[in-house]
Write a protein that binds this ligand. Sequence first.
Ligand SMILES: [Zn+2]
Length: 137
Amino acid sequence: MTETIQKPQPRPTADTKMFWDSCAKGQLVYQSCQKCGRAQFPPRGHCAVCGSDRIVWKKSAGRGKIHSFTVVHRPPTPAFKEDVPYVIALVDLDEQFRMMMNVRDTDPHKVTIDQRIEVFFEPMDDGIFLPQARPAR
Ligand SMILES: [Zn+2]
């Protein structure tokens, strides 16, 4: 019996479908509250700060800097065995929201706090394109 080991994959919901649809088109988007002006991620049906449901989608330029990161040496599941060592980072996008992403296309041990990154989209199964970071060019 052949067992395929798959990585966990995002499952779009009613709240996140717009986000994933945009990623598939190569555009990072985020939510902005029309009442208090805060940007938020992940997407949800109301503002996490003021509770308003006056939420609109905005385009992100897909650029930001690394707030914090860790280098993973021990794969969390066998699906990640080929990937180690890899970087998981909290990225502060220039539009004032924070996302967790892998940092690719770089030596994991050369990643630094405040390093400038740009977002790109990694194709996965089922039409999902996962936002990932790489050093800004
Ligand atoms: Zn708000």
